[in-house]
Design a protein around this ligand. Structure first.
Ligand code: IPM
Ligand code: MN
Length: 362
């Protein structure tokens, strides 16, 4: 028997538990087939626990999570809890405390999946966003003065340090070198594009741009460097997605452009991401929300959670198993599902999990 990986599972809210169960099913099938073990420990952080105890993600839990090889997260967000409490208290707290400074979000159109982009297919939509995951307006300070009066002022600053920018760029360049289009046999060069806003955010993205070119020139001369303003990035995602290979950007722009990316790859049912600390504990999640209206109906699409599990295995070094999961997902999208939308798949949530698990174990 090969290695054993200790994995913390946080199913979370809404449809999170349903999709997480399918991701776990597929992880177990892949583990069995490829000769390793997954040792799972479940945690109940989420809206229900918050309502019961007032606790989001206590410091003791963060300390405990540090001991795992990886974390699988379902979804966070509860209709009875005010926006921000669970997101900041659980999801963002885990990202920041565990210093998961990369948010890796592949945008890949699988065969058989419908994209809203006319005349674009799987050969056109195949890129990866490396979103910085610890800085920007997410952690900049802010506050109100004269709150509630007509003179009220609100300030929220976007902050980046050279250290944060450099470590993110290094990851992105390394990623482009190993997984860019040339590395994948899909072109004659690997390209890293910086998405920023150097015409308005003349401090933050000036720093990013200088750091980008300095590092690229000195350490990654073979990687082609491109720059796009973030608004233009959105435009080209829709018009010419085939231009993109690996994209690196700050936290806020990364949040926004990856929702657009998710839509062009077929929707939130398929979009997965990894909150990665290359030197520590990473956390993988479907990037969509908890979709409370579908809770318990068995109609939600588990493929995003399953793909998140695949990304987890890739990061743990189980590349073959990760590849088998991706191939199995592609088989299912190409040959089985009628649609990726909740309730329209032609199969239930657990049947989709079964289909992928069976194929991955072949
Ligand atoms: C995401 C989400 C989160 C973010 C929210 C829920 C805090 O939108 O993972 O993209 O903004 O990062
Ligand atoms: Mn988002």
């Amino acid at each position: 028997m090969g290695k054993s990986y200790s994995i913390a599972v946080i199913p979370g809210d809404g449809t999170g538990p349903e999709v997480t169960a399918e991701a776990v099913k597929v992880l177990k099938a892949a583990a069995k087939k490829f000769g390793f073990k997954v040792d799972l420990t479940e945690f109940d952080f989420g809206g229900e626990r918050y309502k019961r105890t007032g606790e989001t993600l206590p410091d003791s839990a963060v300390a405990e999570l540090r001991k795992f090889d990886s974390i699988l997260l379902g979804a966070i967000g509860h209709p009875d809890v005010a926006p921000g409490i669970l997101e900041k208290g659980i999801l963002l707290k885990a990202r920041f405390e565990l210093d998961q400074y990369i948010n890796l979000r592949p945008v890949k159109l699988y065969p058989g999946v419908e994209t809203p982009l006319k005349n674009k297919g799987p050969e056109d939509i195949d890129f990866v966003v490396v979103r910085e995951n610890t800085g920007d307006a997410y952690t900049g300070t802010g506050g109100f003065t004269m709150k509630g009066t007509p003179n009220e002022v609100a300030v929220q600053s976007a902050v980046y340090s050279r250290f944060q920018v450099d470590r993110c760029l290094k990851y992105a360049f390394e990623y482009a070198r190993r997984h860019g289009k040339k590395a994948r046999g899909r072109g004659d060069k690997n390209t890293l594009a910086l998405s920023g806003k150097t015409n308005v955010l003349t401090y933050i993205y000036d720093l990013w741009e200088r750091a980008f070119h300095e590092m690229g020139k000195a350490e990654y001369p073979e990687i082609k460097r491109e720059y796009y303003h973030v608004d233009a990035t959105c435009m080209w995602f829709v018009k010419n997605p085939e231009w993109f290979d690996v994209i690196v950007t700050g936290n806020m722009f990364g949040d926004i452009i990856t929702d657009l990316g998710a839509m062009i790859q077929g929707g939130m049912g398929i979009a997965a991401g990894g909150n990665i600390n290359p030197e520590g504990v990473s956390m993988f999640e479907p990037i969509g929300g908890s979709a409370p209206k579908y809770t318990g109906k068995g109609v939600i699409n588990p493929l995003a959670a399953i793909c998140a599990g695949g990304m987890m295995l890739e990061t743990l070094g189980e590349e073959k198993a990760a590849g088998a999961i991706e191939q199995a997902v592609m088989f299912v999208t190409a040959n089985k599902l009628e649609s990726l939308q909740a309730g329209r798949m032609g199969y239930s949530t657990s049947q989709v999990g079964d289909l992928v698990a069976e194929k991955a174990a072949e």
